[in-house]
Design a protein. Structure first.
Length: 230
């Protein structure tokens, strides 16, 4: 019945590591907007720590590589081919001129390239979508504040701190370790490449300030909830 429903012709799976409210077997179900929470990911035997780690990498790149707040971005499960792009296609892509006056096209398909049969052998990956609301950030406390605010406004994709379950604690640890390690590498490279900007070592402490900001957000949320239950 689910396969026969036209609404399920496409599948879009949102990875909500920051929410444990996942329910199965509801009356309304669509593969086009499927939200998977930690309890459901566990039931599916998916590696939650690996997903959290990939989120940490992606967020580090968006924050300190692209220097954006990652506002309203979405983390999805998707697939990609298990085979590499044919060499002749790579050569054509490398020859594209970014400053060309006319649009340039690369023919890519079974009629042009051999070896694309493996396109249908897929592996599961994490994809990041929807960058239309991201804002630029500066490498200072103001930039950290924007990044923390963006997390507050986003859907619950990121793992949360101060949780009780082992699954959530491990997800948070994997996320933080990955985020800090990759942020450090990106910022060290920025210091080396942008010497003219005079970036100092103080920028290396910004990722940790971001993590502490997320912890404080969760403390505030828990305090409001406790106050409401009093």
């Amino acid at each position: 019945k689910a396969l026969a429903d036209p609404a399920n012709s496409d599948c879009l799976v949102r990875v909500y590591l920051g929410s444990t409210n996942g329910k199965s077997g509801g009356m309304f179900f669509s593969l086009r907007n499927l939200k998977l929470h930690p309890n459901q990911l566990t039931e599916l035997n998916l590696d939650i720590e690996a997903l959290a780690s990939r989120m940490g990498i992606a967020l580090a790149v968006m924050h300190w590589g692209a220097r954006t707040d990652a506002r309203d971005v979405e983390f999805m499960l998707g697939s990609s081919s298990t085979e590499k792009v044919p060499q002749e296609l790579e050569d054509d892509l490398d020859n594209i001129k970014p400053d060309a006056a006319e649009p340039q096209y690369v023919a890519c398909g079974p009629a042009t390239y051999r070896g694309l049969d493996g396109f249908f052998y897929r592996q599961t990956d994490m994809w990041v979508l929807d960058f239309n609301q991201v804002r630029d950030i500066t490498l200072d406390d103001a930039g950290v504040a924007l990044a923390v605010e963006a997390v507050k406004l986003n859907d619950p994709y990121y793992p949360k701190p101060l949780k009780e379950s082992e699954v959530e604690r491990k997800a948070w640890k994997a996320f933080v370790v990955s985020y800090l390690e990759n942020s450090q590498a990106i910022l060290v490279r920025a210091m080396e490449d942008d010497k003219a900007l005079g970036l100092g070592e103080e920028i290396l402490g910004l990722p940790r300030k971001f993590v502490l900001g997320i912890v404080e957000l969760e403390r505030e949320r828990m305090s409001r909830r406790e106050g409401g239950n009093a």
